[in-house]
Design a protein around this ligand. Structure first.
Ligand code: 13P
Ligand code: SF4
Length: 348
């Protein structure tokens, strides 16, 4: 990945080849200058750039050494010798890279770049839940901050959530913080889930035999897709293949043809031969898949850009590399405890 080019013009030509019809030339000309500077500085500094699948197309196709979903990028962060690590993604992803690389500089090219799921739960919330359900192990989605990970037994991502839950072989697990991902995992693994924060008076509900305990966090992007959206598109394009990220509601996932992590959605499109595709996820990823599969028709139902992923720009990536801006730090006592749950996942 990344573009190996000796001049700005060559960078522009390489970007244009990948992004013709997706990004206007006038925008590419301007962005090629920044991409060229970033790639030059990256080489000079011995840096690595990791880019999430949701990065905007010009950035995604020009500067990252590796692109992927949360699991793949965590694996790359665990393996790399490069320093600094520039994380073109959101804060919880950069924090995970820091948890795995305490002695390296990890840069997040944005001031905010949060995540509605990570912000839905605190470390104290996890401690309170553990007190309510003593002895029940805690699985945490990687979309959480380091202090929350530090309270938990094992992490998971959208690509391995069911496998992580099943690997524990326990009668019950606490699964945090995404209500919809938890419900989708419960469905896939045939478990009954309860949400004690939505029904605080019943703890647990008398007479209900539960195997999962969920929380009420939601992704502000994926919660907006509806079954009606799918029905409308299917009415217009009867052969459409519908792919939904598992942060969508269980009803939306049920009405779709495929659901998994962002990288698995990307490979699914690559390997399928349907005439049209509907991607129920962040819309830059639709552009990135469209660029890779120019012969395939993506149905554009995309007005939803993740505001946090959207904060990562080529300008700020350049500034981060030039001035070591937005250095990610995790207090050592928290890092050491969070590392256990991240490592346990990576070892699976
Ligand atoms: P993936 O791990 O599937 O890339 O998902 C990350 C994310 O934030 C989706 O909204
Ligand atoms: Fe968080 Fe949703 Fe954005 Fe992913 S798309 S980073 S889950 S807010």
């Amino acid at each position: 990945m990344g573009i190996e080019a000796g001049t700005v013009e060559e960078t522009f030509v390489a970007m244009e080849q990948k992004l013709k019809g997706i990004v206007p030339d006038v925008e590419l000309r301007y962005k090629a200058e920044q991409a060229f500077e970033i790639n030059k500085l990256k080489k000079d500094r011995g840096a690595i750039i990791l880019g999430h699948n949701y990065m905007e197309p010009a950035l995604f196709h020009s500067v990252p050494d590796f692109v992927g979903d949360s699991l793949e990028l965590s694996r790359k962060a665990a393996e790399t010798d490069a320093d600094p690590i520039v994380f073109c993604g959101v804060r919880f992803m950069a924090e995970t890279a820091k948890i795995l690389n305490p002695d390296k500089t990890v840069l997040l090219p944005a001031r905010g770049a949060g995540c509605s799921l990570a912000e839905s739960i605190t470390a104290q919330d996890v401690r309170d839940l553990k007190a309510r359900f003593p002895g029940v192990p805690v699985v945490t989605y990687i979309n959480t901050y380091a202090d929350v990970k530090a309270e938990t037994d094992i992490c998971c991502t959208s690509g391995n959530a069911s496998r992580v839950v099943e690997s524990l072989g326990e009668d019950a697990v606490i699964f945090l913080p995404d209500e919809y991902l938890a419900s989708n995992v419960a469905k896939e693994t045939g478990k009954t889930i309860i949400f004690p924060t939505r029904e605080p008076s019943v703890n647990p509900k008398p007479g209900i035999d539960y195997q999962m305990v969920g929380w009420h966090g939601r992704c502000e992007v994926h919660e907006r897709f509806t079954v009606k959206d799918i029905e409308n598109v299917r009415a217009q394009f009867p052969e459409v293949l519908v792919l939904a990220h598992p942060e969508c509601s269980p009803e939306v996932v049920e009405a779709s043809d495929f659901s998994s992590s962002t990288s698995k959605m990307t490979s699914y499109v690559r390997e399928s031969d349907a005439p049209n595709y509907l991607l129920l996820t962040e819309c830059s990823m639709g552009d990135n898949i469209a660029a890779e599969n120019p012969e395939k028709d993506m149905v554009r139902l995309c007005s939803i850009r993740c505001p946090h992923m959207n904060e990562i720009t080529l300008e700020d990536t350049l500034h981060a590399l030039q001035a070591d801006e937005q250095i990610i730090d995790v207090p050592e006592d928290i890092r050491v405890r969070a590392l256990k749950s991240v490592q346990r996942m990576l070892e699976l």
